[in-house]
Ligand binder design. Structure first.
Ligand code: SAM
Ligand code: SF4
Length: 450
């Protein structure tokens, strides 16, 4: 019989991870930490003590990529002081640039796309043996459904849960279908299990995430599970659990979904419905698959079926060929919709998208900036008006934490996703508190508990 000496315990490696871009990337980083924690890595918040630095990247606009490039220059300096340090780029930039990233950023050891995170431990071994590690294969099935993300949120009250990956919409300006692959939905049982587990741990709000959540569909043999079926089952986990979702596509925002929501007060009264442009001709060039009229009809439906719901949006200024009249149509639609909140961007041409191949990026930088500024100024006014309408009203607020400005105050959100600041009293994160709104700024409601 052979006897083996036990191997000495391996020294724990320290992982530092930085996340850029959308909420989906936040969850992906949590999945990556879960995978690496099972492979001898421990999370650190101090980059200086890290053995492995991962940057989870975004490619949506050029400036998002430039931010990562400049951060990589800082990690290069760190690597010069510590040659045991491994630096990896993961996420959308890794997927878009592949080997090119290793050629352009020679200090990078590891390049891993969004569907290849399970391969990270094997790739790290390749790096250990002196090679570069790269895997940018996209998958038709991967949803990481069996992996419980290691939560990195700070409040332990609100969390994101990924319900699908990829996107099949191919909007002409957008890099996402190329970097995150085809749309696929996650097994509903694993979603329900993850959400129930979060609730048991004390979380009181989840946001179900996908690039286009209302096209979620899980093919059960008997009856397919559509988004509204999934959402209803999540709402039924507990009435004390608030549920949000993002992002909805206007072409798939059905009356059925809204009617189901009306029966569950814990399905938050806040809908993010990106419009991108208020002009049907621009929407057609963007390949958004809806018109200005269809979009307005969907907002009318939300207002009618779910009164009191806040509506937010995404807007792109200066898309290819956008005329002054088309820009004015965006402003008039924003005014009509009276958005509570908008995320506003200047069009940024992305390599290999339909728009980059077929259209000219012909709106000058100066005009793009001016149009974006007009959109931002209008939204500032709309946001202030939206908050002013709340003054005097009482809202149920889910407490998230201590206000940034004062230890004596807490902050939380209304179902409509508006931030409220109020005196601490004896309340704690995770509590529901009724707050009467006394005043506001364009970003925050200020109130007293009742
Ligand atoms: N899937 C979601 C949707 O369709 O609304 C959001 C996807 S994307 C991560 C978030 C936002 O970035 C988009 O809604 C759009 O406004 C903006 N965006 C995408 N591509 C862009 C580009 N090339 N230039 C400027 N903004 C862009
Ligand atoms: Fe991009 Fe359009 Fe898909 Fe949103 S729906 S991720 S904008 S392609």
């Amino acid at each position: 019989m052979a006897f083996y000496l036990p191997l000495p315990p391996m020294k724990l490696q320290k992982l530092y991870i930085e996340t850029y871009g959308c909420q989906m990337n936040v969850v992906d980083s949590e999945v990556v930490v879960a995978i690496l924690q099972q492979n001898n890595y421990q999370l650190t918040e101090d980059v200086n003590e890290a053995d492995l630095v991962l940057v989870n990247t975004c490619s949506i606009r050029d400036n998002a990529e430039q931010r990562v490039r400049s951060r990589l220059r800082e990690f290069k300096r760190l690597k010069q002081q510590n040659d045991g340090l491994t630096v990896g780029v993961i996420g959308c930039m890794a997927e878009r640039l592949k080997e090119k990233l290793l050629e352009e950023e020679t200090m990078v050891d590891l390049v891993v796309g969004p569907d290849a995170y399970r391969e990270l431990p094997a790739l790290l071994q390749e790096v250990e043996s002196g090679q570069k590690g790269i895997n940018t294969l996209l998958s038709l099935e991967e949803t990481y459904e069996d992996i419980r993300p290691v939560r990195m949120d700070r409040n332990h009250v609100t969390s994101f849960v990924s319900i699908m990956r990829g996107c099949d919409n191919f909007c002409s300006y957008c890099v996402v279908p190329g970097t995150r692959g085809r749309e696929r939905s996650r097994d509903p049982e694993t979603i329900l299990g993850e959400v129930s587990n979060l609730f048991e741990k004390g979380y009181r709000e989840v946001t179900l995430l996908g690039q286009n959540v209302n096209s979620y569909e899980w093919d059960e043999k008997v009856q397919p599970v559509k988004f509204e079926n999934l959402l209803e089952r999540v709402a039924q986990i507990d009435p004390m659990l608030r549920v949000r979702f993002a992002t909805s596509h206007p072409k798939d925002m059905s009356d059925n979904l809204l009617q189901m929501m009306a029966g569950y007060p814990n399905l938050c009264r806040a809908i993010h419905l990106p419009v991108q442009s208020g002009s049907s001709s621009v929407l057609s060039r963007m390949k958004r698959k809806y018109t200005r009229e269809h979009y307005m009809d969907r907002i009318d439906a939300i207002r009618k079926i779910l009164p009191g719901t806040s509506i937010s949006t995404d807007v792109i200024a200066g898309f290819c060929g956008e005329t002054e009249e088309e820009h004015l149509e965006t402003l008039s639609l924003m005014e009509w919709a009276a958005y509570d909140l908008s995320y506003m961007f200047k069009y940024s041409e992305r390599p290999e998208t339909f728009a980059a191949r077929k259209y000219e990026d012909d709106v000058s930088e100066k005009i793009k900036v001016r149009r974006l500024n007009e959109i931002i100024a209008l939204q500032m006014k709309l946001s202030l008006e939206s908050k002013q309408r709340d003054v005097g009203q009482t809202y149920e607020v889910l407490v998230e934490g201590t206000s940034k400005k004062s230890e004596e105050e807490l902050y939380g959100r209304t179902s409509q996703n508006k931030v409220v600041v109020f005196p601490r009293g004896t309340f704690a994160p995770g509590d529901y508190v009724n707050v009467n709104i006394q005043s506001c700024t364009s970003a925050t409601l200020i109130g007293i508990t009742v």
